[in-house]
Design a protein around this ligand. Structure first.
Ligand code: FAD
Length: 320
C-alpha cells in the first residue's frame, strides 16, 4: 500500500514509520542504510527522510566576497530512492518551504512524482544554523500551509503556469504538529488553529513532534478534535537515553522532559543503565499510546538506530 492515508484507512494493523536523516556531506550512505536494515525486522511501512535547508556561507577569494548556499545534509531524494529499491519500503520525503521559491518547489514535486513517490511530509523547515528566525525565499512560502496548498493544487492538475492538458500528481500529504505548541506560537490554541488550516488546505494526516508525557498527547488530540481536526494524528517518539540529551533535546526541539525521565537518566550509574532506563520509560509511554488507540507510531532515529531498535524490541516483545 503506497499511501500513508490508505494504510491508515484500510489496514487494521498499527502503522509503524521510521524517520531517518541523510548523512553529512562527504559521508557514505552505508551507515544510514545499515540503520534501516537493522530495523527492518520490525517491518516499518514507511520511512521518512528529513530535508535540510542550505545555510549561506560567505567566501573571500582575491578580495572578492561571494555568497554561497551550502547544504550540510544533501541527498534526501537519493536516499528515498535507495530505500524503495533496496528494502521495498515506501519512503516519505520531507519537503520544506525554506530555500525554495514556488517554481523550485514545483520542480521538486515533479521529480518526486516521476520517481514514483506518493507521500510527502510538508513542512516550513527550521531556520538554517546561525539564523534565528525563518526567512522565506523571494516567491517562496512563509508557512507550511502554503506548501500544502501548492501540493494539493498540483494533485488537481494546477501547475503554476497555465499548461495544456496538465497531468495531476497524487501525493498523500502529511504535516507536523506540536503537542506542547510550536516554539514560535504564543499559545497552543493559536497553533492548533494554524494546524487546522493545514488540514483544510489538504493535509491528510499529522505526525507530532516528540513528547514524553502521555497526558500531553491526549490533551492535544482532544483539543484538535474539538476544533474539527479529524485526520489521523500519529505520535512522534524519540527514546531519550543519555545524559547529554537532557540538555540537547529541549534546546533543539523545544520540548519538556518530565522529572521522572530526568531522574531515570541522571541517577543511572552507568551509560548502559541510563540507556535501559530511557528505553523502558519510552516503552511505557508507547504502551499507553497503544491502549489509547493511536493509529500508528513514528520513531525518530536521528541517524542512530540502537535506541529505536531497543524500544521496538521492548514494545514488540510485550505485545507478542
Ligand atoms: P508551520 O505549520 O508553518 O508553523 C510554523 C509557525 O508559524 C508556528 O508557530 C505556527 O503556529 C505559525 N503559523 C502557521 N501558519 C500560520 C499563519 N498562516 N499565520 C501566522 N502564523 C502561522 N525541519 C526541517 O528543516 N526538516 C525536516 O525534515 C523536518 N522534519 C520534521 C518532522 C516532524 C515530524 C516535525 C514535528 C518537525 C520537523 N521539522 C523539520 C521541524 C519543522 O520544520 C520546524 O518545527 C518548523 O519550525 C515549523 O515547521 P511547520 O511545518 O510545523 O511550520
Amino acid at each position: 500500500m503506497a499511501k500513508v492515508i490508505d494504510w491508515l484507512r484500510d489496514n487494521r494493523k498499527l502503522m509503524f514509520s521510521l524517520e531517518i536523516t541523510p548523512p553529512d556531506r562527504g559521508k557514505s550512505v552505508d551507515d544510514i542504510l545499515s540503520v534501516v536494515e537493522n530495523l527492518m525486522p520490525y517491518e516499518p511501512q514507511f520511512i521518512n527522510v528529513t530535508y535540510h535547508q542550505p545555510h549561506v556561507v560567505y567566501e573571500e577569494k582575491d578580495g572578492v566576497i561571494s555568497r554561497r548556499p551550502r547544504r550540510k545534509k544533501p541527498g534526501t531524494v537519493g536516499i528515498c530512492s535507495a530505500i524503495k529499491n533496496r528494502f521495498q519500503v515506501e519512503p516519505v520525503p520531507h519537503l520544506i518551504c525554506g530555500g525554495f521559491d514556488r517554481f523550485e518547489t514545483e520542480d521538486a514535486l515533479i521529480d518526486l512524482h516521476f520517481l514514483g513517490i506518493e507521500n510527502i511530509l510538508a513542512l516550513r523547515g527550521d531556520p538554517p544554523p546561525g539564523q534565528a528566525r525563518f526567512i522565506p525565499e523571494k516567491d517562496g512560502h512563509q508557512y507550511a500551509c502554503q506548501l500544502v496548498e501548492q501540493i494539493a493544487r498540483l494533485n488537481r492538475g494546477h501547475y503554476l503556469d497555465e499548461l495544456e492538458d496538465p497531468f495531476p500528481t497524487h501525493f498523500c500529504i502529511g504535516v507536523a504538529a506540536y503537542p506542547e505548541k510550536h516554539f514560535e506560537s504564543p499559545n497552543l490554541e493559536k497553533d492548533l488553529r494554524y494546524l487546522k488550516n493545514k488540514v483544510d488546505m489538504g493535509a491528510e494526516y499529522i505526525i507530532t513532534q516528540m513528547f514524553f508525557e502521555f497526558g500531553q498527547f491526549k490533551e492535544f488530540v482532544e483539543r484538535a478534535r474539538a476544533i474539527g481536526i479529524q485526520v489521523p494524528i500519529i505520535p512522534g517518539l524519540k527514546p531519550l537515553v543519555g545524559k547529554t540529551q537532557i540538555q540537547t533535546i529541549p534546546s533543539s526541539f523545544h520540548v519538556n522532559i518530565p522529572s521522572g525521565l530526568v531522574a531515570v537518566i541522571e541517577e543511572a550509574r552507568t551509560r548502559e543503565q541510563a540507556f535501559a532506563g530511557g528505553v523502558r520509560f519510552l516503552a511505557n509511554l508507547v504502551e499507553q499510546l497503544l491502549d489509547y488507540g493511536v493509529p500508528g507510531i513514528h520513531v525518530f532515529t536521528m541517524g542512530q538506530g540502537r535506541a529505536a531498535r531497543a524500544l521496538l524490541e521492548t514494545v514488540f516483545a510485550s505485545r507478542r
